[in-house]
Design a protein around this ligand. Structure first.
Ligand SMILES: Cc1ncc(C[n+]2csc(CCOP(=O)(O)OP(=O)(O)O)c2C)c(N)n1
Ligand SMILES: [Mg+2]
Length: 1018
């Protein structure tokens, strides 16, 4: 590195000198573009360096390897001058004082040698700035100074001088065994490699092996060796991509399709990428993309039947023969997903799935990555080479949406990596009506990926072979280095944002150029015809064939009937959609199994040096299992996980600090205090358990990205309990897009189910506005159960839960938590579960369960008519009979406020007050509520909550409770008494004293002897 450090210093001196001579760097750059043929002379010559003949150079200049190599080569040359390359012959002649065949190099100075290397490096670092990337030729980029040989004091007379470049331990250009070349030849090669239709950005990667690998690919004299057969395939793929859009445009002139026109080379590019990936062992690709060109990708890349796409275009999406079945709300055609097996060029098959996505740009990114990771788990793809994700982005979105960065940052994390995602940016240089200069602060829209050491290939979208090459190279990179890579296709958008938009309103200059700009297909056809690679007949034949298939498919689309179950993957067959009844099975577990797994998860290895406090926790846990008493929240959760594992399911819990638990209650991973080793008890529930079968993982500090990832993961296989935990429920609002657009509505829009569980710590303990509320009200507002209609509540079937979009619970006992988690998998359908999870209940002395509440033994406390299962409502604990006429007040509540109400009731000896816990808020337990209403015929009915009136469950509960009351003749909504905090802008007070006061007022009022006025505010 000595030479490099020396060279860098020299460069700095040179820059400083130039700056002082010519004013500011920025003002000078514009006219200093150097081409090897047109040379801009330096304004003033620099000081002439003292010439040091090469023969006097020592190893401080040539590194050890090079000098040994040189000596060997010199010996070979001395025995036979013809045995070495001509350039070496020339070099040694000069070196040893023989007459050279061309102008000598012995006058080359150390400074020149160093500057030459800096020049080469400048191309490697900045060559992309000079690459011809913009098909429209409108881009105005300042070419960096150091791409001008004049910057290094070379002048025109140096062009045909030969220079010693060396054979450094570097791949590509500098390893070609041609140590002596003219400056002109060097520059020509550098321009060819770095400044053509592809601009390579890779010098930010701090790994020599990777850079050398890329140099080998980039600096080769023939990077794109496409023969005539390959060219015909590329041509045909481009014709498909182009004619597809033309066809849609002529058949549905006024429809929005967010066409790909201007970026059609994406289609051949993707196909080459997929073929190359298949050649290199990829069997499964999960694709995510937004609107632009989505239909084209669906039809031409994923191979969704064209007749189906056309049928959806004509509005025929509701399946005729499935009338009466659940079809959900559906979605616009350019959001739908699909999956197919596609044959590849190499004769293999590859499974492609395009994930359905909402409008929210880039939100699908982490979902795709999570799904890919799950595929890797289920196919034992330990090397992560068989399953891969491809994400297609827009330029505006890639630069602007934070989730792009959040997703990129998952790429290297052990429990989230997928061995590299390939990103393709369809960079049409505009976002709706916004120019790049208003949309981002960075040079390229892809700059965010540099943080991840991903190579970035910028490619001119008009050069289809360059696009194909960049795409293939990306596939090779991914399969070689198992990390992310970006292909940035610089193209344009021929029409408006959609087909009915007028682009001239906002980009008049650009669209003037676009109007007369030939399509990529026209350019390629012309190029192939001119070089005689194809004939006009060849082209006509392909075009006619494509057109006739499009027409046939169009005719067939008229009778096309969508098969709704097309989407079910193998893992999901047999799972019920909302109109197919499914029993919910009991969730109690045999007592022996509970004891066995209980011991496994509470015992630490003998020589493990756990922290003293952790040892105590585990000793206490062990006692809970042994005595069967006092089981706390953490143990209940671990028991749920362990029993599901024993039943053969996969369990995965991820989120911020979940391993220990935010509230230091979980301790699912223990750290040896001496060795730092980790031990996860849940990895040892069974003999030889696969370590990934139970995965618990601290995540990156991203809510949106990580939740999206887990959502995608959960959608792959129903036999898994996938949970995401928020640090505090409040922070889950960073993932709001996932709640709104995927979790609450995914099944309705796309018929895709997920059993994802969200654990959102919630509860008012005086910790201030941002540590109290998981915004229960938002989840309830998104629930789609009808507040005015009591559904069929047959106790063994309870179809209500199948027709509702998700479940929202606020559970108050460890046993009930155990059962609600197990219930997620013990049924033939999947629904998201939102848990308002506790904080102070984790250690609350009353919040304990006995092991007998977890088992399935008849007569045990958890066992009722249906067996042991999750309790949607917990009735009053005072042993009331079926009819209690003396109870004057029925307080309904949910969550930890129950314990505070109960304590207050005890302190005022309020025996005439009943307290019921609504454990499952959504779907609303009408049947159980009515049972309680009947039990207490004379009681005033109270809803009590700790959240402000405009938050919490009140707005959700009131109409439903009223509907239940009306049906049993117990009054109307006016008869529901509210006890809780008043309306508030902030979720909670920031003053602890105020909190305490509010809270004691709240519980006092709920228990006050006098009848309540409505509403009763704390
Ligand atoms: C989160 C989000 N914000 C705004 C929009 C509205 N919108 C749809 S497309 C678009 C422009 C996207 O530009 P770009 O990413 O460059 O893709 P292009 O349409 O140019 O292919 C916008 C702002 C959206 N769909 N999602
Ligand atoms: Mg764009």
């Amino acid at each position: 590195m000595a030479w490099f450090r020396g060279a860098s210093c020299l460069a700095k001196v040179a820059i400083r000198r130039t700056l002082s001579q010519h004013g500011s760097y920025a003002t000078r750059t514009r006219n200093r573009c150097f081409h090897s043929t047109v040379f801009s002379l330096k304004p003033e010559p620099g000081p002439i360096p003292r010439s040091v003949p090469l023969s006097r150079l020592t190893d401080s200049f040539l590194d050890g390897t090079s000098s040994v190599y040189l000596e060997e080569l010199q010996r070979t040359w001395e025995s036979d001058p013809n045995s070495v390359d001509g350039s070496w012959d020339n070099f040694f002649r000069n070196f040893s004082g023989h007459a050279a065949t061309s102008p000598g190099i012995s006058g080359q100075t150390i400074q020149e040698s160093m500057k030459l290397l800096l020049l080469v490096r400048a191309y490697q670092v900045h060559g992309h700035m000079k690459a011809k990337l913009d098909p429209l030729g409108l881009e105005q980029r300042e070419i960096p100074d150091d791409l001008d040989p004049g910057f290094f004091d070379f002048n025109e007379s140096d062009l045909d001088r030969e220079f010693f470049l060396g054979v450094w331990r570097m791949s590509g250009f500098l390893s070609e065994n041609r140590p002596v070349q003219t400056l002109r030849a060097i520059l020509t090669r550098l321009e060819q490699a770095y400044c053509g239709s592809i601009g390579y950005e890779y010098m930010h990667i701090a790994n020599r092996e990777k850079c050398n690998w890329l140099r080998d690919k980039i600096e080769t004299p023939s990077p794109m060796p496409y023969n005539s057969d390959r060219r015909k395939v590329i041509l045909s793929r481009l014709i498909w991509g182009t004619q597809f859009e033309n066809f849609l445009a002529t058949k549905w002139t006024a429809a929005k399709r967010f066409g790909l026109e201007g970026g059609e080379t994406l289609i051949p590019g993707m196909k080459e990428m997929i073929d190359r990936s298949a050649d290199l062992g990829v069997e499964n690709i999960v694709i995510g993309m937004s609107h632009r060109g989505r239909l084209n990708v669906l039809g031409n890349v994923v191979r969704k039947p064209l007749r189906q796409i056309f049928s959806e275009f004509s509005g025929g999406t509701k399946p005729v023969d499935e009338a009466g079945l659940y079809t959900g709300t559906g979605d616009v055609k350019y959001h739908l997903g699909t999956s197919y097996d596609r044959p590849t060029r190499g004769g293999k098959h590859i499974h492609l799935s395009l994930v359905a996505n909402p409008s929210h740009l880039e939100a699908v990114d982490p979902v795709v990555v999570g799904k890919t990771r799950a595929k890797q788990y289920y196919s034992n793809d330990f090397e992560r080479t068989k399953n891969m994700g491809i994400l297609i982005h827009g330029d505006g979105s890639f630069a602007g949406q934070g989730v792009v960065y959040e997703t990129l940052h998952l790429s290297g994390l052990p429990n989230y990596t997928t061995g590299g995602t390939i990103h393709i940016v369809v960079n049409n240089q505009v976002a709706f009506t916004t120019d790049p200069k208003s949309g981002r602060s960075s040079q390229y829209c892809t700059d965010v990926a540099k943080a991840l050491d991903a190579p970035i290939f910028h490619v001119n979208g008009d050069d289809v072979e360059a696009v194909a090459h960049a795409c293939e190279l990306a596939a090779e990179w991914r399969q070689t280095f198992h990390s992310d890579v970006v292909v940035d296709i610089t193209c344009y958008r021929r029409f408006g944002h959609n087909e009915i938009d007028e682009p001239f309103f906002t980009q008049p200059k650009m669209y003037k150029v676009i109007k007369s700009h030939p399509s990529a297909l026209e350019i390629y056809k012309k190029q192939l015809l001119e070089t005689g690679q194809v004939t006009k007949d060849d082209i006509d034949r392909i075009q006619n064939k494509v057109l006739s298939i499009l027409n046939e498919e169009f005719v067939a689309s008229k009778d096309y009937v969508t098969k709704r179950r097309d989407w079910l993957s193998n893992y999901w067959s047999g799972y019920k959609s909302p109109e197919q009844l499914s029993r919910i099975r009991n969730t109690g577990v045999q007592p022996e199994i509970l004891k066995n797994v209980g011991k496994a998860i509470t015992t630490l290895p003998e020589n493990f040096n756990a922290h003293r406090a952790v040892k105590k926790i585990f000793a206490d846990r062990f006692k809970m299992i042994e005595t069967g008493e006092g089981v706390d929240w953490a143990v209940a959760e671990a028991l749920a996980f362990a029993t599901l594992l024993v039943e053969g399911n996969h369990v995965r819990l991820s989120g911020q600090d979940v391993e220990r638990g935010t509230f230091s209650h979980r301790h699912s991973v223990i750290h040896d205090q001496v060795t730092g080793e980790r031990y996860c008890p849940l990895d040892h529930v069974m003999m030889n358990q696969n370590q990934e079968m139970f995965t618990v993982s601290n995540s990156s500090l991203s809510e949106f990205g990580v939740l999206g990832f887990e959502l995608g993961y959960s959608m792959e296989n129903p036999n898994s309990l996938v949970l995401w935990e928020a640090q505090f429920g409040d922070f889950s609002n960073g993932a709001q897009v996932m709640f709104d657009q995927f979790l609450s509505s995914g099944e309705a829009k796309w018929l895709r189910q997920t059993g994802l569980v969200l654990l959102l710590p919630h509860g008012y303990d005086g910790q201030g506005p941002e540590h109290s509320s998981a915004r229960l009200e938002r989840f309830l507002q998104m629930s789609d159960d009808n507040p005015f209609v009591i559904p069929e509540m047959e106790p063994t079937l309870r179809t209500q839960i199948q027709t509702c979009n998700w479940q929202v619970v606020n559970v108050t006992t460890p046993a009930n938590y155990f059962h609600v988690l197990r219930r997620q998998l013990h049924r033939d359908f999947r629904k998201p579960l939102i848990v308002m999870s506790p904080k102070n209940l984790l250690r609350h002395k009353e919040c304990k369960s006995n092991l007998s509440e977890f088992d399935d033994a008849q007569g045990h406390p958890g066992y009722d008519q249906q067996g042991t299962r999750f309790k949607r409502l917990i009735k009053d604990q005072n042993g009331h009979s079926d009819l209690e006429e003396g109870i004057r007040r029925l307080v309904l509540c949910s969550g930890k406020v129950y314990y505070e109400l109960d304590e207050q009731r005890r302190s005022v000896d309020g025996k005439d007050v009943a307290i019921c816990r609504v454990e499952q808020l959504c779907p609303f337990p009408y049947d159980l509520i009515q049972r309680e209403l009947k039990r207490y015929p004379n009681a005033e009915i109270v809803w009590c909550q700790e959240e402000p009136m405009n938050m919490g469950a009140y707005a959700y509960i009131a109409p439903r409770l009223a509907t239940a009351m009306k049906a049993v003749d117990r009054g109307s909504i006016q008869d529901i008494k509210y006890v809780g905090r008043g309306p508030s802008a902030a979720t909670a007070t920031g003053f602890y004293g105020v909190h305490v006061k509010e809270h004691s007022e709240l519980v006092q009022k709920a228990m006050q002897p006098d009848p309540l006025t409505t509403p009763t505010l704390a």
